[in-house]
Structures are given as C-alpha cells and as structure tokens.
Write a protein that binds this ligand. Structure first.
Ligand code: CTP
Length: 401
C-alpha cells in the first residue's frame, strides 16, 4: 500500500478509537493518510490524535474558517486512491445509500467515486434495523465493499452482531480495494520462530543463535496474503508482528503445548523455530555456585514437536532443516522421517545464510521429489517466494485430486 492516498472517514461510534490503529498500520505500510471526522466522531476521539498519527490536518468542516481555494472534498475526489469509513455508523450508511449530502462526510462520499470500504460498528438492533439492511444492500449493489460487523459483546454489554470487524479484517478489506490478491484469505497459518531456552538453573540456560527473523518474515508474508496468523515464538529481540496473534514461550515443552493446541485448526504450519533437542535433565532451583564444582551437565531429550503432532493436523506442514554438512541427504531424511510435506534446507555455515542473518539461501524439497532453490535474498522476499512455492504445489495437488 506504499504511496497510496487513503482517506479515512471516522464517524460517531465508541469504536472510533480503533480507527487510530488502522491509521497507524496504514502509515507503517507506507500509505499517505488523510483523516476526516464527523462531528459525532469528535465526541469519542480528539482530532489531535489523528493529526499526530497522520502528520496531516484533520478535515472536520465543510466550510472551514480558513477555506482553501477550491473545496477540499472536490480536490480529494481527484487525489485519492481509496476511502475507508471506520467505524461506519447506521446514520452514515443510510445517508450515503440515499444520496443525502448534508455534512462533510456525506458530501465527500457522494462526490468521490474511488473504491470505498465501510467497516460498520453499531448496536446489534441498529444493524438489524430494516433501514440499515436496505442501505447495506443498496450500497453493496452499487459496488461498495461493506464488511459484516463481528458478533460479540457490544459497548452496551449486549451480545450481538455489531462490533467493529477485527483490525486484520479491515486491513485485508483495504488490500482487497487495491486488488491485492489474498490467496490465503480464510486460511489459518501457524508459525513457530526463534530459539528455545532451557534452564540450567534460575540464571543460566541452554539456547541457540536463532534470531527468529525467518519465522517473523513468514508470519508477515502470510498475513499480507490474507491469512489469520498465529506466531508461537521463543525469546527474540524482534518487534511483535501487527495483526498477528503472538504467543510467547520459552521452552521446547511450552512451545510444544501451544503448537499442539493450535495445530488442529491450522491449514499451514511453518515450523521455523530452532527447538532444543536436549535439555537439562534436572534444572537446579538454586543458582549453581562455582564452589559446587559442576564439571558436567546431565541432559535428556526434549520433546520432538513435529513428532508430537503427527496425525493431529490436517494442515500442510513445512519443516526447516538447518545443517552444516550433507544438507541434501539430511533434508531428504527429515522429509521421510518427520511426516512433513516440505522441508526447507538452509545452511548455518554459509555467509549470508541461516541464523541471525538478514538474508538466506534455501532449497525446498517436497514429497513428490521436487526440489527448488531460492537464491540468496532478503528474508522477507525468501518468505514470499517460499509461501508462493507451497501454495503453487498445494493447489496443483488439490487439482490433481
Ligand atoms: N523440531 C521440532 N522439535 C524439536 C526439534 C526440532 O519440532 N525438538 C523441528 C524444527 O522446528 C524444524 C525441524 O524439526 O522444523 C528440524 O529441526 P532440526 O533441528 O534441523 O532437526 P532435528 O530433528 O533436531 O534433527 P537433527 O538434530 O538430527 O538435525
């Protein structure tokens, strides 16, 4: 959404504060954002908030005290790429559906012909009101994109359909306006990332050099393709991934529990984490002292997460193999022994590859004997190509069936 000019129209609902997050995410993706607020919206969020978030003046008046040459809403009709009404009240939907243009919001919406998305939020009775339903149907017939509100507890503490759609669904809606393909829309993707930490005593642990960068890049890429993503991550120095459900764990054991809980509903599992193979057999509850003269550490095998979920998921499983030698043989061995659909081989001892590097070079193997090398590139691009490869192969498989 880089350099797209997007107008966010905020109308008067308690969900108005959630529009701040949408603005923040769009800015993060490089879009230019202009905010317009109805009078009622300003009762819920101050316009200074949106001005600070967009670095732009907020439009609130059809006839401002210091008018620009030419009316603002007419200028916008030319400059904009898309309009997003978030939250959209019943009042706004009904007005626009019926051609009412009596304030800055309804006038702008009646003048502009850009792709427009409405993210409604209202009391469930208002959503079910015949006038609102007629308005939504009319607007949909005219080509506007109107998301369905979510079911759940409303601000009034009533239960029903009326909550603002989830932020990730609004973001995906905006991507749809720009015809960005969303091949993973409606799919659930589970990603594991980063290292695990296994305690020796309360202050020391066994871990590895995994930075989590590859797994985080896969989570972002799957999110941008429309998936609902859960990222189960060991300790990393990376910022949380927006619009992704983040689950933070430390040990192989806790990572295994989370993967076991989430894998039954996943459509794709990317097992990127560098999980411990051996863990201290008896971690000490007290800090070990130099005077204890410990010269060896007894280890026991860690849970093999992939093995523990064998047969428990219908999802395509993509496992990683980080090797220092005999990569291809090791990858083929893991492909047959671990019951996975793809193995992604990368090398720990190759410059610009593997742990903690910004780039990676990988070779993907699948059970049909296909092999594809992705040349050294930034990890985010490798993530895109990897997902592309998997989607391509899996859609062919489904077609063949
Ligand atoms: N993995 C796992 N549980 C473990 C260790 C690894 O699920 N306890 C997963 C990793 O997330 C990765 C794949 O298994 O997707 C391969 O990990 P790797 O460490 O390369 O393989 P190992 O099975 O540990 O085999 P080896 O040590 O023999 O290379």
């Amino acid at each position: 959404m880089k350099n797209k000019n997007i107008l966010i129209i905020v109308t008067g609902s308690i969900a108005a504060y959630k529009a701040c997050e949408v603005v923040r995410l769009l800015r993060k993706e490089g879009a230019q954002v202009q905010v317009m607020m109805s009078r009622a919206a300003q009762e819920f969020v101050g316009k200074a908030t949106f001005a600070a978030l967009t670095n732009n003046e907020v439009i609130t008046e059809i006839f401002p005290d210091t008018p620009k040459a030419g009316l603002e809403h007419i200028e916008m009709a030319i400059d904009l790429d898309a309009i997003v009404v978030v939250p959209a009240t019943a009042n706004t939907l009904c007005k626009v559906a019926n051609g009412v243009a009596d304030d800055i919001v309804s006038t702008t919406l009646s003048v502009c012909e850009q792709p427009t998305l409405f993210a409604p939020a209202m009391n469930f009775r208002m959503w079910q009101n015949q006038a609102s339903m007629d308005a939504v149907e009319k607007l949909r017939n005219r080509g506007f994109l109107i998301l369905d509100p979510e079911e759940g507890k409303l601000a009034s503490l009533h239960e029903g359909e009326g909550r603002l759609p989830e932020i990730k669904d609004i973001m995906n809606g905006i991507r749809t306006l720009f015809e960005i393909p969303l091949p993973l829309k409606g799919k659930k993707v589970l990603v594991t990332a980063g290292p695990t930490r296994e305690a020796i005593d309360p202050v020391r642990f066994i871990s590895n050099r995994s930075s989590g960068k590859m797994g985080y890049a896969i989570a972002k890429s799957a999110r941008d393709l429309g998936a609902a993503v859960t990222l189960i991550t060991g300790p990393t120095a990376l910022a949380d991934v927006a619009e992704v459900s983040m689950i933070k764990v430390e040990t192989a054991e806790t990572m295994a529990e989370e993967v076991q809980n989430h894998c039954p509903s996943a459509d794709y599992l990317f097992m990127t984490a560098a999980v411990a193979d051996y863990i201290p057999a008896k971690p000490s509850s007290e800090k070990l002292k130099r005077s204890d003269k410990a010269d060896s550490l007894k280890l026991k095998p860690a849970v093999d997460i992939l093995k523990s979920i064998k047969g428990k998921t219908k999802g395509m499983t993509i496992s990683f193999a980080l090797e220092t030698s005999n990569g291809e043989e090791e990858a083929m061995r893991k492909l047959s022994q671990k019951g996975v659909d793809f193995v992604v081989l990368n090398y720990a001892n190759e410059p610009g590859s593997g742990f903690d590097s910004e780039t990676n070079r990988v070779v993907i193997f699948d059970t049909a004997g296909n092999k594809k090398e992705l040349k050294k590139d930034r990890k985010d691009r490798i993530a895109n190509q990897l997902i592309d490869f998997v989607l391509n192969k899996t859609s062919k498989k489904t077609q063949a069936v």
